[in-house]
Design a protein around this ligand. Sequence first.
Ligand code: AMP
Ligand code: MG
Length: 318
Amino acid sequence: MDDLVKEAAEAILAGKLVGMPTETVYGLAADASSQEAVLAIFAAKNRPHFDPLIVHVSDIAMAEDCALINELAHKLMKAFWPGPLTLVLPKRDYIPDEVSSGLDTVALRCPNHPLALALIEESKRPIAAPSANLFGRISPTTAEHVREQLGDSLACIIDGGPSSIGVESTVIGFDAQKTVYVLRPGGLSVDALSEVLGYEPSVKSMEAVVAEDLNSRSPGLLKSHYAPQVPVRIKGPADEWPTGKEWGCLAFQDAVEGVAHNEILSANGDITEAAQNLFASLRRLEASDVQQICVELVPEEGLGIAINDRLKRAAGGA
Ligand code: AMP
Ligand code: MG
């Protein structure tokens, strides 16, 4: 067992915060069964208390301690765990209300990262972990990103290398008839889910979230959630790229000329690579001296749906 994992597990059991690598993004981890530890997460991130946390477990047996698992949820866990699928399920009392922001449901996921799994197994606790960034800022995909924003609040950071997926998990809910719907597109594609479900789950658009008042049911789905510090605009398909030294551009494949800073998500047009590069590219753009950022959307399929969701949120829901 890695010494750092042991040290991190001790910190978790002492109610402290730890930087945890996962395949989606890095998490700000604490003991999900401890009210005080969970409150420390909200304080460190400056996260509003109405935005519930995802609880990370090492297997389905640990998930059973945290929530009531219906048959379909069980089938999906077997198909996709460990992996980037988060399921919102009726909460058991073991998980304090602070985790779920007072909702009677809790969001559960089993991360597909050996160090995250080792940490959960070593501490023998479910681990609450939102992304390890200050509230509303860009999610971290490296240990260095975590150190920059939250280093001072953490007992330690486990460096597990760059996150292999690079966007957050897909969050699903169940309606009264146990029909699945997608609350947040993410690292698991809707196509992969459909194959196991035998139908295509509806993806709640940001408009639906507002219209159906889902914000009160999944409160973290704020329109501008992943916002860089610099204003972001989305380039329409027929628009030209802007030019001038005040601009930074985020392109899918092709270089943009005549701007101060240019990021390319994947020169080969590989959507997996684009997702891996997304948040680091946005961070570099934010850190450059540009006054405005222009981004283009990627093809709306597979992981591209999650990438476009994050880009629209970065643009404030435009
Ligand atoms: P983050 O950990 O920052 O990636 O965000 C986790 C997101 O999962 C939240 O912002 C919510 O949108 C969603 N979520 C967490 N818990 C629940 C819940 N009990 N019900 C519905 N959505 C949830
Ligand atoms: Mg987050």
